[in-house]
Design a protein around this ligand. Sequence first.
Ligand code: FAD
Length: 359
Amino acid sequence: MVADREIDVAVIGAGQAGLSAAYYLARRGLIPESGFVVLDANDGPGGAWRHRWDSLTLGSAHGIHDLPNFPLGTPDPREPASSVVSRYYGAYEAEFGLRVQRPVRVRKVSRPAGNRLRITTDSGVWLAKFVINATGTWDKPYWPAYPGQQDFRGIQLHTRDFRSAADFAGRRVLVVGGGTSALQFLLQLHEAGAQTAWSTRRPPEFTRRPFDAEWGRGVERAVSERTRAGLPPLSVVAATGLPLTAQYQKGIDDGVLTSRGPLVRLTPAGAVFEDGSTAAADVILWATGFRASLGHLASLHLREPGGGIRMDGPRVVRLPQLFLVGYGESASTLGATRAGRAAALAALAALQGWSTSSQ
Ligand code: FAD
């Protein structure tokens, strides 16, 4: 059995946010494995991107921001993002000697170890002065509940389970959800010969505004107002709308991207919409998004009465030894990179003030 290991900073998760934090910790002099540790549940590099379906590429709908000091370059837009990003993150870890420990799943973070946080994993315990949590959302798919859901006789799956549109050729597929994944699924399913229907809670809001830096900052402001108030974060699409690309315009013109409106209930054979109309379906694809994957932090009781975690930048107000990156306004590769830096610098500054009396 491995003895408990003491560490200054533990980074949980090696996606964009965790790698950015690790880079700044190392660059400012903390030694990998003795000063800080990066723990990641995956078998290899890539964060959540490692698990995305092959038709998700870095092209018009998806793109990632560079990790600090290591440009991604211009990968082949036809290569699956899962392999491009896994290779990129793996090269990053090697280049900066970040020594990610994997597969190591954190089961629980708690506070019984003096002033240190106790990190219990499937590979032993670490006791850390500061924790930078960067566990993303992939492990927490959101499935909404509708009456009749148990009675539906077809297949139900979530974005997380999607592999290839070709699996649904000739099937009637209802896609539920108003984000980019839903749009991409509808277009690909249509192309693959599925008969599609689309349900969204609100009419889809397409915008011609280019997604530039100013818009990005506006979105971050809107989401951070909520997390500062201790409310659950908004999804990025709820804050931005959907960019009206030529591909989406064609989908609208072809009738593929026309929402039937909100879903009211499911029946054994399909769905009933708010206007009383129905759609027969063999498959329901819940493209209903993800929530922050924070189950291992439950015993810290971080949630406010509003249901969210009150944040001050990347820092948790109730527990200043804990940072959440890739959370709320930083849940994009751009925001994750910035938040990783902010959390690392704040943890390093706080380490300076960590007196022996607080140990
Ligand atoms: P992740 O990449 O999810 O990494 C989290 C890591 O933590 C994983 O390696 C995981 O194994 C590990 N982990 C989780 N729990 C534990 C645990 N308990 N113990 C140890 N390790 C753990 N953003 C963009 O900027 N551009 C896009 O085009 C884009 N497309 C997206 C498409 C989809 C379908 C989705 C779902 C999201 C998309 N996003 C996009 C959002 C984007 O993926 C994220 O904001 C960003 O990449 C997440 O980085 P992260 O480091 O926060 O998390």
